[in-house]
Write a protein that binds this ligand. Structure first.
Ligand SMILES: [Fe+2]
Length: 255
C-alpha cells in the first residue's frame, strides 16, 4: 500500500468509500460526518484526477472509443472531454457495496428521469454546467415493483443549473432528489459514487420515468415508468486515471 502522501485522490476516495460503505462497517445509512468526509474528498478532485482532460487537450489524449495502450505508464494518459459525442460512462470501480464512475456529457445531452432505489449517491461536477430536475417520492414506502412503477412525487429542483466548480451533492433513498434528470448545458462530467450500486436481482433496478404535473397540487407530479427512447444509449470508455489498489476482501466477496 502506498504511503498517504503518495496516494492519488481517487485512491483516497476509494479507501473512504470502502471504510464507509463496505458490508462489514455498514449499519444503515452513513452518518453526516461520513457524508461530509466523502464530500470533502470529492470537492478536492478535478477531471485530471480521474484521467480526463477537460481543457483544450494539450495532453496526450485518446478518444472514448480507442483501445487501451498498455505501453503507456499508468496515469499519464487522459480521455479528452471533446471526444465524448454521446453520454459516456467511465467505470472506475464496482463492488457489492458501492461503485465509482464518471458520466461524461456532450453539450445538450440528457440523461432522462431515473431513480436510485435504496441508494445514497454522491456527485461531483468536474467541469462544465448541467441542468437538474429532481423529485422525491411523496409516499412511504416509495412505489415498488408492479407491472409499471408509478407514484406521487414532490418536486425538489426545477431546472436548477449547477456550474463547476461547485460543491459535491448528495441524495438519499427518501430525500435530496432521489429521482432526477440531468441535461448538459455545456460539455460536462459528473463523478458519481453510488452506494450500493444498481442490482436488479437485489431489488435495485434502474427505472426511467416521465413526470406529469398535477394542476391541483403545485409542487407535485405523478411519475410514471417510461421506456427509454429507442436511440438512447450510454457509451462506455476505459478508465485511464491513476491505478487503484482495491480491498482484496471486497474482491473475494464480490467474486
Ligand atoms: Fe442519477
Amino acid at each position: 500500500m502506498a504511503m498517504d502522501d503518495q496516494q492519488s485522490k481517487v485512491q483516497r476516495l476509494y479507501d473512504a468509500c470502502d471504510a464507509v460503505f463496505s458490508s462489514g462497517n455498514k449499519a444503515g445509512l452513513p452518518t453526516l460526518t461520513q457524508i461530509r468526509w466523502l464530500q470533502d474528498l470529492l470537492d478536492g478532485m478535478e477531471a485530471r484526477d480521474v484521467g480526463i482532460d477537460a481543457g483544450s487537450g494539450s495532453e496526450r489524449s485518446s478518444s472514448s472509443s480507442s483501445e487501451d495502450d498498455d505501453r503507456s505508464p499508468p496515469g499519464r494518459r487522459s480521455l479528452s472531454a471533446q471526444a465524448f459525442t454521446r453520454i459516456t460512462y467511465v467505470h472506475i470501480h464496482e463492488c457489492d457495496d458501492f461503485s465509482i464512475g464518471v458520466f461524461c456529457f456532450p453539450a445538450g445531452a440528457t440523461l432522462p428521469l431515473h431513480d436510485h432505489p435504496q441508494m445514497v449517491v454522491l456527485s461531483k461536477l468536474l467541469y462544465g454546467s448541467m441542468r437538474v430536475k429532481s423529485y422525491d417520492w411523496a409516499t412511504a414506502p416509495p412505489p415498488c415493483s408492479g407491472p409499471r412503477k408509478s407514484g406521487l412525487a414532490r418536486v425538489v429542483a426545477v431546472d436548477e443549473v449547477r456550474e463547476a466548480p461547485c460543491k459535491a451533492s448528495v441524495l438519499f433513498p427518501r430525500s435530496g432528489g432521489n429521482i432526477h434528470s440531468l441535461t448538459a448545458v455545456t460539455p460536462c462530467a459528473l463523478l458519481d459514487v453510488l452506494a450500493p450500486p444498481y442490482a436488479e436481482e437485489l431489488g435495485r433496478p434502474s427505472t426511467y420515468f416521465s413526470g406529469i404535473p398535477v394542476p391541483s397540487l403545485p409542487g407535485f407530479a405523478v411519475l410514471e415508468e417510461a421506456d427509454l427512447p429507442d436511440d438512447f444509449r450510454v457509451a462506455g470508455a476505459p478508465y485511464v486515471g491513476p491505478e487503484l489498489t482495491v480491498d482484496m476482501d471486497t474482491i473475494f466477496r464480490y467474486n
